[in-house]
Ligand binder design. Structure first.
Ligand code: SF4
Length: 53
């Protein structure tokens, strides 16, 4: 991925949208959600735009 969106920092380097050379996402926008019914901490949230590399 050559494109870098410097508005979206991300360290999930196993995602196919991750910029391989730095900790940013390459998408124009991402969808964030939760797998919890009552999220209370950062671990409760997920990037729903994730796609396995
Ligand atoms: S889609 Fe989500 S998980 Fe994947 S690189 Fe972008 S922000 Fe990270």
């Amino acid at each position: 991925m050559d494109k870098i969106n410097r508005c979206i920092q991300c360290t999930v380097d196993k995602c196919k949208y991750h910029c391989s050379s730095c900790d940013y996402c390459s998408l124009d926008k991402v969808q964030i959600g939760t797998h919890e019914s009552n999220p209370s901490m950062e671990q409760c949230t997920d990037c729903l735009s994730f796609c396995k590399a």
